[in-house]
Design a protein around this ligand. Structure first.
Ligand code: GCW
Length: 682
């Protein structure tokens, strides 16, 4: 059945004769040189893809290779690559870059410095066929924009997933690893097709059972899973509990400066590497939302991270230390404390103090994956510390995979944001990768949106976010449209009529979602706890301390230097100046930075209150239109996918109406200002 299980790797038969025939000849024979596990994965994949798309199994070529066909391997593995090796500077391709070249006669070379690079070349080549590209005279050279391209899981061992909206964990059930690991292998394959090279497999909130993942009780199973990922060039990481020395080690302290604590971590590291020689390292959430951390002992985060990093260093492991550290219980009378400031205030004073094998993982915004936030000023703030940009693929605040929300455009804005840390052009893509300040380690991580649902993501169209994330992680310069198009063609086949409709749905969806939810960057108007559905005052009067300060005069948070929390001052000039004044602050972030009256005039020429009404009426209407768009391609999509997706779109349309009514009604009654167009507001 075609229920989305294989996602974009379903390798549909290419119906169009001309196109298929244009591939057949070059692909009749394949030679993949090398027997490592990664090379075997590459060979298996290439043969599977060609057999299925071209309707004929390729012959496996032997060595020395015949005149035509595909030859894949590492540069040193055969003299056939010598000419290529002379042409390309192999050092510049690095460990993961690759080339694809049509050369002499009808040969196609897929070559790289390492096996992993060859695997990526294979997936790239397959993608060209899936998307109907010409392979004549191919000349591809690819080098990843980010060294670390990671997926984070928030899976718990009871099988649940924190902020998961697509079923249960594919790794665990009832406190144990799952027995049948077939699905994990399928997953590794999908990740490798997007050149993901790292995965952490348990929640950053590390509970009791999960704390034991680094002990002999679970390490044999961890090793099996690590091997599966290893076959696809992916390194495995675990989230650890900072208080492990107490919780599982029987010590009475986890003080990072206590010798018995660092000895404990060294022993733990030794054990892990005995089972998993290629273990990636630890992800740590410390002193955050009630998790233990160095603050308990009066130490700072460099003390904490470095101590653990030292334990992993001899084995080549690294510590990914999260910067999501803030006071989550801010008193409403306190107008100076600002959650948005927290990460920068905690971590910039420590810049330069972290070990080389520590990366600080920084959420894209200063708050928490809202539909609209400014980019975290920590990206331009840290100069002598490795960084990792953290995104959230799982749609916690963006519709929980019941609403359609293609997030690639949002992520593009993050990558393109100019921090001005070293003058113009200091984009997040440059800082996070490490390039801007010449750091060797850097990259990007994202919280996955998959679970054990048959189609992995619940909403089939949410697969585009998963796919899109990996493509951007490789090359942040790709456009949202191109990524969407690739995904559509690979997933649904090459069908022009279908393509334009789904493309339009995806590309409009982020704007639609933003329109009917919290306005102008203020965020947080959701139900506390599960974060789904409208609740304007949900957080306003809770203990969590995230505010919009709406009253009868106006709304928004004053984060200016002059009269507010000073958050705007965490950016470099001229960004700080732009945000500082309501006149220059971009409309979409106005309420994040300023408290203004409802009659404040936006750059768009509308008042804030009229903007709220217009976007909410418009957004809900456009959400409802998504159903008709989907229906227009009903015949071109398999029945199950069509129906399941339609159900979600219907729900979204209704729910968007609820958002519209709740938000409009709230602000109408608060402000007492009527809608200029006299539409129905309760
Ligand atoms: O967004 C919040 C989520 C928590 C999450 C936390 C974090 C894993 O609501 O569920 O905890 O962020 O990123 O640590």
């Amino acid at each position: 059945i075609d229920n989305g299980y294989d996602c974009w790797l379903n390798y549909k038969y290419i119906e169009e004769d001309r196109l298929r025939n244009s591939y057949v000849e070059s692909c009749a024979q394949i030679t993949v040189i090398g027997e490592s596990a990664v090379m075997q994965s590459a060979r298996r994949e290439l043969s599977l893809a060609l057999t299925s798309m071209l309707g004929k199994a390729p012959e496996s070529g032997s060595f020395p290779v015949s005149d035509s066909g595909i030859v894949a391997g590492t540069f040193g593995s055969s003299p056939v690559f010598d000419e290529l090796a002379r042409e390309y500077v192999i050092d510049e391709l690095g460990d993961e870059g690759y080339v694809i070249r049509a050369m002499d006669n009808d040969r196609l070379y897929l070559a790289a410095a390492t096996d992993k690079g060859v695997l990526y070349a294979v997936f790239h080549f397959i993608r060209l066929l899936q998307t109907g590209e010409s392979i004549e005279g191919l000349r591809v050279r690819q080098v990843p924009g980010n060294g670390l391209r990671m997926i984070n899981h928030w899976d718990n061992m009871d099988g649940s997933i924190e902020r998961g909206y697509a079923g249960n964990s594919i790794f665990y059930r009832d406190g144990e690893f799952v027995g049948d690991k077939g699905r994990i292998r399928d997953y590794a394959r999908l990740l490798a097709s997007g050149a993901i090279n790292a995965v952490s497999i348990n929640n950053v909130n590390v509970h009791q059972q999960e704390s034991k993942l680094i002990t002999k009780q679970f390490l044999p199973e961890v090793a099996i899973v690590a091997d599966i990922f290893g076959d696809y060039g992916i390194r495995l990481y675990l989230s650890v509990n900072f208080a492990s020395p107490i919780e599982i080690g029987g010590l009475d302290t986890a003080d990072p400066l206590a010798p018995e604590v660092s000895e404990w971590w060294m022993r733990a590291a030794r054990d892990i590497y005995r089972y998993v020689p290629d273990f990636g390292g630890f992800v740590v959430k410390a002193d955050s939302e009630f998790r233990p951390g160095p603050f308990t002992y009066g130490r700072n985060h460099a003390d904490g991270a470095n101590m653990i990093a030292d334990a992993l260093e001899p084995f080549g492991g690294e510590v990914i230390w999260r910067c999501f550290v803030y006071n989550c219980l801010q008193d409403w009378r306190d107008r100076k404390t600002d959650r948005a400031r927290a990460a920068y205030d905690h971590f910039t004073p420590l810049d330069g103090q972290f070990r080389d094998n520590v990366l600080l993982q920084i959420k894209n915004g200063p708050m928490d994956f809202q539909v609209r936030e400014p980019v975290s000023p920590l990206f331009g703030g840290l100069k002598r510390t490795n960084q990792l940009l953290e995104l959230q693929i799982t749609q916690e605040y963006t519709g929980q995979q019941r609403h359609l929300c293609y997030l690639v455009p949002q992520w593009k804005e993050v990558f393109d944001f100019d921090t001005h840390a070293r003058g113009q052009g200091s984009t997040v893509a440059e800082t996070a990768s490490g390039r801007l300040f010449g750091r060797k380690r850097g990259g990007i991580a994202a919280v996955t949106n998959i679970g054990d649902d048959a189609n992995w993501t619940g909403h089939v169209l949410a697969q585009a976010n998963w796919y899109g994330y990996s493509r951007l992680a490789w090359d942040a310069g790709l456009s949202s449209e191109q990524i969407a198009l690739e995904w559509i063609r690979m997933t649904f086949g090459q069908e022009p009529g279908l393509e334009s409709v789904i493309l339009e749905m995806l590309m409009s969806s982020y704007g639609i979602y933003e329109d009917y939810t919290a306005p102008l960057g203020v965020g947080w108007m959701v139900n506390p706890g599960h974060h789904y559905g409208p609740n304007v005052d949900g957080y306003e009067y809770s203990k969590w301390g995230t505010y919009h300060y709406a009253d009868c005069h106006g709304l928004g948070v004053d984060r200016s230097i002059r009269s507010g929390t000073g958050y705007a001052g965490q950016y470099h000039y001229p960004v700080a100046a732009t945000y500082e004044s309501p006149e220059s602050c971009p409309d979409e972030l106005l309420l994040f930075f300023h408290h203004v009256p409802y009659t404040h005039m936006l750059k768009s020429g509308k008042t804030v209150i009229q903007h709220i009404y217009d976007t909410h009426f418009g957004g809900a209407e456009r959400a409802a239109n998504l159903i008709a768009q989907w229906d227009s391609i009903a015949e071109k999509i398999d029945g199950q996918t069509y129906r399941e997706t339609r159900e979600r779109l219907v729900h979204q349309a209704e729910h968007a109406g609820e958002w519209r009514d709740l938000v409009n009604t709230y602000f109408y009654r608060k402000s007492g200002i009527a809608d200029e167009l006299g539409r129905l507001i309760y």
